[in-house]
Design a protein around this ligand. Structure first.
Ligand code: CP
Ligand code: NVA
Length: 304
């Protein structure tokens, strides 16, 4: 059966950990020594901007001996209303996997339902699961076993990265405390499905107190530009700055999926400071997505 990766919980806990472990292995391998994808292609559909997602998938496919096709949706027939189901049928007869970044988890599900090959969510309105694989790889790489640890999400809770973080908490066995302004809380369904692994906090200080990891994201996601002024006003007390970081554990790490807005959701002092591991986090997109594609396309976790 074709396996898709539309949200983090499409993997079991053991599969997710195996992918992250494999990513650490791949990171240590000389790039050109392992080419399992010679002759294989990945179609990458984008309706939104991207730096990391596009480059990590494209570079990852090339380093594995394969090829990635960048498809700006607006220049394909999707931009002239060809149904996404028909697009799935056609692409999946020509390519070995499809990655999609768009504004609709429902459309991604429709794409997957009609695809013979794995479909990977490269960000939607609801989830950003590839980001979380990289985030978890980074946290484990720096701190080892994360089971029983505490992470604090500060800022926009109704956010694709936050939703995937909630799923990660359940899958990887840590607690996620979320501090978000009223009206910007995460999806209640996603929180409920985490079965206690995700907890809403009353303030940023409460969420961060003693936490092992502090995470945030932009206050204005792609497509929300019209709401920017209202968001800037609402999120003021949720900035991750040195004072807030001082309330976390002494060795707490800082993560941000990027792109970041210094002076808004995070200060330059924090993101460019010693607790920040955002460049490792960005790099790990490359390694962990290679591990993910290996798993989805070859159906096994390789071990060296
Ligand atoms: N973090 C992330 O997905 O970055 P891009 O928008 O640059 O792909
Ligand atoms: N929440 C952000 C993530 C960008 C990678 C957005 O959707 O714009």
């Amino acid at each position: 059966m074709t396996r898709h990766f539309l949200q983090l919980s499409d993997l079991s806990a053991s599969e997710a950990l195996a992918v992250v472990t494999r990513a650490q292995e791949l990171k240590r391998l000389p790039d050109r020594s392992h080419r399992p994808f010679v002759g294989r292609t990945l179609a990458m559909i984008f309706t939104k901007n991207s730096t990391r997602t596009r480059v990590s998938f494209e570079s990852g496919m090339a380093r594995f001996g394969g090829h990635a096709l960048f498809l700006h949706a607006g220049t394909t027939q999707l931009g002239r209303d060809e149904p996404i189901a028909d697009t799935a049928r056609v692409l999946s007869r020509m390519c070995d996997a499809i990655m999609i970044r768009n504004n609709s988890q429902a459309d991604q599900q429709e794409l997957a339902a009609h695809s013979r090959v794995p479909v990977i969510n490269g960000l939607s309105d609801i989830h950003h699961p590839c980001q979380l694989l990289a985030d978890i790889q980074t946290w484990i790489e720096h701190r080892g076993d994360i089971r029983g640890k505490t992470a604090a999400w500060v800022g926009d809770g109704h956010n694709n990265v936050c939703h995937s973080f909630i799923e990660a908490a359940k899958l990887f066995g840590f607690t996620l405390r979320i501090a978000a302004p009223e009206g910007y809380e995460p999806s209640a369904t996603i929180v409920a499905e985490a079965g206690g692994a995700a907890i809403l906090s009353a303030s940023a200080a409460e969420a961060v107190a003693g936490a092992d990891l502090v995470v945030t994201d932009t206050w204005t996601s792609m497509g929300q530009e019209d709401e920017q002024a209202r968001r800037l006003a609402a999120f003021g007390p949720y900035q991750v700055n040195a004072e807030l970081m001082a309330a976390a554990a002494k060795d707490a790490l800082f993560l941000h999926c990027l792109p970041a807005h210094r002076g808004e959701e995070v200060t330059a002092e924090v993101i460019d400071g010693p607790q920040s591991v955002v460049w490792d986090e960005a790099e790990n997109r490359l390694h962990v997505q290679k591990a993910l594609m290996e798993y989805l396309l070859l159906g096994r976790i390789e071990t060296k």
